[in-house]
Design a protein around this ligand. Sequence first.
Ligand code: SAM
Length: 271
Amino acid sequence: MDLDHLPPLRDVLDAHDLAAKKSFGQHFLFDLNITRKIARLADVHAGDHVIEVGPGPGGLTRALLETGAQVTAVEKDPRFLRLLEELSQAAGGALTVHLDDALTADETALAAGRPTAIVSNLPYNVGTPLLIKWLTGPFTPRSLTLMFQKEVAERIVAAPGSDAYGRLAVIAQATAQARLVMEVSPRAFTPPPKVTSAVVHLVPHATRLDQALLDSLQTLTAAAFGQRRKMLRSSLKQLGGDTICEKAGIDPSRRAETLDVEEFLNLARAR
Ligand code: SAM
């Protein structure tokens, strides 16, 4: 068997007697046109290294392997291991599978020095913590191409002043260039989720922010958006309120949602 002659994904799931489990956030993509489009949007090419979180039955994995990339997959549900082993054989060993929780997986060890793109149809229950881990943790990927609930995707790319603008937008845009690149209807998934999904493509900035500055930014945005209707003077009171605003050249009577990412970084530097 090779990649061009694999049985349809639904047949593979039936043959292994597998059904989606809600507790693992399982909503599968069986349409290769969609998974191939995600691989294209991820800008993955022959010889590239990709970490895929949650390969499940392997629809997106197949599309990534078709590009000629080397794929390291991290899957938490052991039921998929046999099926993924078959896929690895069909791909001539280009797929390596690790049974692990992506929240605690060590991407630096998985990448083994190779520039690495992260691509995933994410389990929605852990999508945001995983994104924060990849943007602020010790391992910096070359790019991230990730499926979220559309509402979360909009919060990642939101502009100041909009309802969706908050902590997630500031952290994501302070660390990366983020674009919403594709919407996906619930009908594309088995079983269908309740809401529309969207793919976000993020490219981390060439210069990584200093860890102390990142930590400070996380603390500040938590406080400022925790009370987003209040003036900074009051929402940031415990962190220096008027004093840090003055140091950063920001009017303390402004509210969090009016500050752009650069102004948040100035506040973080002023602490
Ligand atoms: N990639 C497949 C597709 O597109 O059809 C499956 C996507 S499904 C939305 C999410 C996948 O992530 C499932 O295979 C699930 O078992 C796996 N998963 C859930 N939580 C995980 C975690 N913490 N670490 C690694 N994989 C996880």
